[in-house]
Design a protein around this ligand. Sequence first.
Ligand code: 4AD
Length: 467
Amino acid sequence: CSSKFLDRLCSRMISKKMRVSDALACKETGSDVRIQGWVRSVRPQKDNLFLHLNDGSSLQPLQVVASSQLNTRDLTFGCAVDITGTLEKSPNKRQNVELQAQSIKVVGECNPMDFPFKIKERHPLEYIRQFPHLRCRTNAFSSMLRIRSEATAAIQSFFRDHGYVQIHTPVITSNDCEGAGELFQVEPTGDKKDSDDPHFFSVPAYLTVSGQLHLEVMAGAFSAVYTFGPTFRAENSQSRRHLAEFYMVEAEIAFTESLDDLMKVMEDLFKAATEHVFSNCTEDVELFHKHVAPGHREQVDPMLNRKFNVISYTEAIDILKSSSQNFTFSPEWGRDLQTEHEKFLVKHCGNTPVFVVNYPYELKPFYARDNQDHPRHTAAAVDLLVPGVGELCGGSLREERLQLLTQRLSQAGLEDTYAWYLQLREFGSVPHGGFGMGFERYLQCILGLNNIKDAIPFARFSHSCQL
Ligand code: 4AD
């Protein structure tokens, strides 16, 4: 008995550690390997026990065959194991290889009666959302997280390949870029407060709502820059497309004079990232397109093959007004487009993405470039609307003319606050513009996720900050 124990110990020490994904792709059988992970299913048969093992590296599990001579008593669905054995060709057509176990050590037990997920059950996303600390152990959520990781890499590559410099814009800032008042203020807790100064930073400070203004600083030196990080909005909304903390991809481009240039970057980014994800996460994406949102792939493919539509805000209002649809908010020139309007416009344009350009000047923040048109005064701003989600990107040309910007800021009483921003227009100012894309909304759009809370590892929204 003790020599058997020593044999197993030695084999565990000398076997090569391998991830499940590498084992599944392994062409050479006969090698001794050590694989650690979590048990996804246990099927006892006459002489053997069959396990499915997963370590997060792929959706497909590795089949493990354990002879009845091994101690398999504590092996249950959900437990953590450390297995050594030999990779062999599998007689099962659904996989190339399987692991013939020589030793199995249960590292962490799991009582399947208490575990919230049941073997072989496909739990709805709404159900698994109740377990933010455990939902990454389910197939659907782990697939989403692998896709999210790959999409992040695809977006980074897109910008790197197109000559952009990545800028880490600050999370704590003293400005309200969007001017919408959806700010979370940042102050230390009780005993860290300085009695002489009401503010830790001597000025009110907030979690950023957008890195745009900091990117504008950098575009004035690097020409093309981007940032990709967490963004915060104190929106009192529990809608299926709003979060209090979300990730935004933002780009800023100097020497750009037309919205067409910005729209091209948005469209190319969307298409390049999606094509990358679809070809590098085939199985994970299929899980969504077959089981979570059946038929969704047929809706996304045309988005990748056709040019996105472009309409002006004024045309959009005309389309909405002349439709027979009974909207809750009646469409009027000068009012913001509501979700119901966005949905209608996307459908009207053949259920493919549509850019809406040139919004009423008064609807857009101080930085948007004045089109100086009349009588319908507009700004050079653009939103990208996509099926299933509505607004995915928002962007604009920025007001680079010192006099016009000064005028607008002073009308809003913000001339002093944004003195530094005005200075950017004094020293080598250039026409420039940029946009932001909500990363979770992007994932919703390509995967067919109904609720944005299923597109982020840990969702934060009003009245909820679990973990
Ligand atoms: O349209 P927004 O507010 O644009 C800006 O913040 C610009 N300063 C960006 C820029 O030009 N650099 O936000 C951009 C995108 C939206 O289109 C939407 O996809 C996403 O960010 N977004 C949200 N996503 C989830 N939850 C929220 N509460 C969001 N608010 C905006």
